[in-house]
Structure formats: structure tokens, C-alpha cells
Design a protein around this ligand. Structure first.
Ligand code: HEC
Length: 135
């Protein structure tokens, strides 16, 4: 009885790992409800700076359609709508910054810097989201 419940527990863990690994759709993107209002002009400045020791967004993203390491962000707001696949563009953008592996833009690898969720303040993330959605 006891070993049986351990087996089912392991099966459950394995199943949830598989499910989360398959979650490469923007449809389940979520954003904290208490994120402060973002300021796009502060976001524009942050975009091209190294923030709290993290690499700058501009180091990997151009503002036109040319690829540096990541996709060029020209027409980002329109592209985000497609990639969000039913989630809001704000939630999709939030997830793209704090958990970049959740949705991988087609043609790219999962190589975006993954520690922004720890190194940026909620205000800085909100400012970046506001800025990106003006593009
Ligand atoms: C080390 C390079 C690198 C850095 C630094 C980086 N990114 Fe990215 N980013 C990528 C790559 C590669 C992708 C495409 C793969 C993916 O979807 O994760 C991407 C994808 C994205 C997307 C999704 C684009 C779309 O069209 O759906 C957003 C939004 C984004 N990055 C924002 C940012 C912001 C904001 C910063 C700075 C806080 C940043 N990135 C820093 C490499 C980077």
C-alpha cells in the first residue's frame, strides 16, 4: 500500500513535469495583479541599459526587424497579440521577460537571459512592458 502511493506520487510528479514542459503556448501567461502602472519613457531608457547587473535588452534585441540574438522588436505589439494566443499582450510580455522559456518565438532558441524576474523590480518590469507595447 505504502510503496503503491509512492509510485503514484512519482507518476504525478512526472506527469506535471511533462505538462509544464509542453506549456510552450502563450495562452497560459499570467501577470501579477499588483504590478504598478508602467511608464513607457522610463521603459525606453531601461531597455538600452544594463539593469541591476543584468544584461541590457538592447544587447540582444534591435528595434527594427534585424536579428541580433533575439527577434527584432519592430511591430512588437502586433506580434505579441499573435504570440499571446488568447492571453493579454501585457501578460504575454510579462511572462516573456520573467520566464522567457515559457514561449519560444519560432526560429529562436531558449537563450534569453532568464534572471530578469529576480533582478528587475516590479516597477522596472512594468515600465519595460509599457514601452514594448508602444513598438
Ligand atoms: C541574451 C540575449 C537576450 C537578452 C539579454 C534579452 N533577450 Fe529577449 N529574447 C531573446 C531571444 C533569443 C528571444 C526569442 C526566444 C524566446 O522566445 O525566448 C527573446 C524573446 C523576447 C520576447 C518575445 C518576443 C516576441 O516577439 O514574442 C520579448 C518580449 C523579449 N525577449 C523582451 C526582452 C526584454 C524586455 C529584455 C531586457 C529586459 C530582453 N528581452 C533581453 C534574447 C534576449
Amino acid at each position: 500500500m505504502r510503496s503503491w502511493s509512492i509510485v503514484s506520487l512519482l507518476a504525478l510528479v512526472a506527469l506535471s513535469l511533462v505538462l509544464s514542459g509542453c506549456g510552450v503556448t502563450g495562452a497560459n501567461a499570467e501577470m501579477p495583479t499588483d504590478l504598478p502602472a508602467g511608464d513607457p519613457s522610463r521603459g525606453a531608457t531601461l531597455f538600452s541599459e544594463s539593469i541591476n547587473g543584468a544584461p541590457s535588452c538592447a544587447g540582444c534585441h534591435s528595434l527594427n526587424d534585424s536579428v541580433v540574438v533575439g527577434p527584432g522588436l519592430q511591430n512588437y505589439a502586433a506580434n505579441a497579440k499573435v504570440h499571446a494566443n488568447g492571453s493579454s499582450v501585457e501578460a504575454y510580455t510579462y511572462t516573456s521577460i520573467v520566464q522567457p522559456g515559457n514561449y519560444i518565438v519560432s526560429g529562436f532558441g531558449n537563450v534569453m537571459y532568464a534572471q530578469y524576474g529576480r533582478q528587475l523590480t516590479p516597477q522596472q518590469i512594468a515600465d519595460l512592458i509599457a514601452y514594448l507595447l508602444t513598438l
